[in-house]
Design a protein around this ligand. Sequence first.
Ligand code: GN1
Ligand code: MG
Length: 358
Amino acid sequence: MIPPPFINNIFSQFVSLNGKLDAVELTSGLINNTYKLNTPNGKTFLLQKINTKVFHEYDKLMTNVFIISEHINKKLKSIKNIEYVNPEFYTTLDKRYYYKDDDNNIWRLSEFIDNNKPDLEDKKTIANEAGKILATFHFLTNDIDTDSIYETIPGFHNIKLRWNKLLTVTKKNNPRYNESKDIFNKIRSFEYLINEFEELMHSNSLPLRIVHNDPKLSNILFRNNKAISLIDPDTIMPGYLPADFGDAVRSLCNTTDENETNIEKVGFDIDSFQAFTKSYLEIMNPLLISNELNSLAVFPLIITMEQLIRFYTDYIEGDIYYQTNYPKHNLNRSLVQLKLLESMSTYFEQMQIFIMEN
Ligand code: GN1
Ligand code: MG
C-alpha cells in the first residue's frame, strides 16, 4: 500500500485536489498495482502503477489506450443503442498520458466505473453477457486501422515462442523442474496444439484486427448481472480475434477459477461455452471471415495451453512475472489450466459443431 501523502501528490498531477483521498488497493490483477480512490467530493477514480518490467513500452501503451478510448467514444456517440460503458482516462494537468514520479514509477488515472460482482451461480447468464460484451468491444474497435496501434508486447500470443522458452528453462538443471517433471510430460502431450497454431500462422489465413488480449472474466464489469464494460486496455494490440474468443472461453468456461486450489473442482463447462458463443456470434458472425469462424473452436485449447505454459514457465523460473500469494501459487495455477485443458479437449467436437450451427 502506498502512503497517503504520496498518493495525494500523484493524484493531484492529474486532477486538482482539495482535501484528502481515501485509497483502497484492488488486488485482482496479476501485473499492475491498482487503487480505488474516493475524493472528498464523492467522485471515485482508478489509479494504476504500470508494471514497467512487463510493459517496457508504457509510452506506446498509453498512446494506444487514448486512441482506442477516443475511437470507442466517437462510435458510441454516432451509433445509438449500443450498451457499453467506456471509462474515461485522464491526462495529467500538463496534458501527458501518464505521470512519471521521482522514482520513475509510471502512473495513470481513469474514472472508476460503479459495478458489482456477478452472481457466479448463474453461470449461463454470466457467460451470455460476457459473449455480448466481448463482441461489442470487437464491433466497436473493428474499424480502427491496425497500423495506428502499437504492438507493445511483440509475440504476445505466439505460443511457439512461449513453448520454446519453456523448453529452454527446463533444460537447465532446475530443482523446481526436477520435482514437477510429470506436469511437464502432461503439457507435452498437448504439443499438437503448438503445431496447429504454427500451421494457422504459416497459412496467413487470419486477418490482423484490434484484439483486447486479456478478456478474462475479472476484466468484465457487471452491474446487476449485466455486463457493462470490458476493462484493462493494457494489452490491446493488433492480433487475431479467435485468440480473444479463446481466452474468454478459457476463463469463463472453467467450472471454477484460475486460482482454485482444489484441482478436483476444475473442468470445462460446455453450457457456459454455448451461452457465450451464441451471444458472441449474434453480434460478430456477420463480421467474421470463414477462416476466423473455422478456427474459433481450437483457440480456447490453444490459449489454455499457452496460459498453462506461461504459469508453469514462471514457476520454474522462480515467479518472476506473475504476482503470487504463496510459494507454489504458479504451480497450482498451472495445474488448474492443465485440468481445464484435459477436460476441454474432450469437448472439442461438440464445440466445433455448436459454432457451425450458430
Ligand atoms: C495477466 O495482470 P492481468 O491480470 O491483467 C496477463 C494475462 C494473463 C492473465 C492471467 C500482460 O493479466 O496475459 O492471461 O494475467 N497479462 C500480461 O490471469 O501478461
Ligand atoms: Mg491485463
